[in-house]
Design a binder for this molecule. Sequence first.
Ligand SMILES: NC(=O)c1ccc[n+]([C@@H]2O[C@H](COP(=O)([O-])OP(=O)(O)OC[C@H]3O[C@@H](n4cnc5c(N)ncnc54)[C@H](OP(=O)(O)O)[C@@H]3O)[C@@H](O)[C@H]2O)c1
Length: 318
Amino acid sequence: MSRRNLILSATAFGICGLDGYTAPRFALAAASQPGSGPTVRGDRFGVGVYNTQQVADELRYIEANVRPSNETRRKRILITGSTAGLGQLAAAHLLRRGHHIVAHARNEQRAAEARRDLDAVVIGNLLDLDETRSLAGQINALGTFDVIIHNSGEYGLPDAEILNANSLSPYLLTSLVDTPREAMIYLTSSLHLGGDLKLHEVRSGGTNVNYNDSKLHMATLATAVARRRPDLRVNAVAPGWVATVMGFHNGPYAPDNLRAGYMTQVQLSEGTGPAGQMTGKFLFHQKEETSVNSSGYDEKAQDALIAAFEKRTGASLG
Ligand SMILES: NC(=O)c1ccc[n+]([C@@H]2O[C@H](COP(=O)([O-])OP(=O)(O)OC[C@H]3O[C@@H](n4cnc5c(N)ncnc54)[C@H](OP(=O)(O)O)[C@@H]3O)[C@@H](O)[C@H]2O)c1
C-alpha cells in the first residue's frame, strides 16, 4: 500500500478527519497559477495527505503557546524530513523560539507545501543517492549551520530503499555537508534493538537492510561521530511510537506522547534542559536510554560501520 493510501485509510478509520482550521496568514489548499509550480494539497497542515490530525493539533498548540527564547542566541538549524511529522514539529517549535530554520523536502511538491510556513527549503529525495549528493551541495551553499537534525526516515519500503533513505543518505550528508558548529542529532528508534549492522551487506553492495537495521545504523553513526568530534554535541534520539503518518503505518494507534517525541531534539538544538549538554548518548524523552543495542557503544563496531559506509559510498568522514 502506498504512503498516501496508508494515511487515507487512517482517515477512513476516523482518526485523520479533514481539518477545518483556517489559518489567518495562509491560504488553504491554494491552487497555483498556471506555470507557477506545484499545487499545494490539503489544508495548511496537510491532514489526510501527509500529516495526521494529531500532528496538526500539535502544530496549532505550538503556534498558540511557544514564544521567542531569551535563553539562547538565535541559531541556524537544518532539519531533514521537516515537511511532516516530528521534523515539522521540531521546525515549527524552533522557529517560534526565534531560530533560523532551513527545511528539507523530498521534491518540489513537498517544498511548495512546506513553504506555507517556512521560507527556506532545500530539496532532495534521500532514496536516490545522487539527489542526496546534490542536496549536500545545496546545504553547503547556504553556509555553516549551528545544528543539523538528521530526522528524515522511511518505513515499510523494500530493503534497498530503506538502506538508501535511512542509512546511506544520512551518512553521506554527515560526510559531505560542512560540519555544524554545535550539534548533530540522529533520529533512531527503540526498534534498533532488533537490528543488526549488516556490515557485509553494506560493504558488498547488498541491500538486505531493514528498518530496524537502519535505526541501529543511526544510533551507531551518532556515537561514532560523537567520538570523532568531541567539540560538538552529537546524540541519537528515539522519539517513541507517536501519532505521525509513520507511527500510524500499521493502523491508527501510537501509545507514546507526541510532544515528548520532538522536545529532545528541541532541547539538544538549543543546548538547554536535561539533555541539552549531553553527547555520545542514546536518548529517549530527554533522558539517557539504558536499553541500547551493544553495537551503539562499541567503538570497534562504530569504526567498522564507518569503514563500511566509506567503502559503499566512496565518501569519507575525514
Ligand atoms: N513515528 C514514530 O512512531 C517513530 C518511532 C521511532 C522513530 N521514528 C523516527 O522519527 C523520524 C521522523 O519520523 P516521523 O514519525 O515524523 O515520520 P513521518 O511523519 O513519516 O515524516 C517523515 C519525514 O521525512 C521525510 N522523508 C521521508 N523519506 C524521505 C525521502 N526519501 N526523501 C526526503 N524526505 C523524506 C517525509 O517527507 P514526505 O512528507 O514527503 O514523505 C517527512 O517530512 C524518522 O527517522 C523515524 O524513523 C518515528
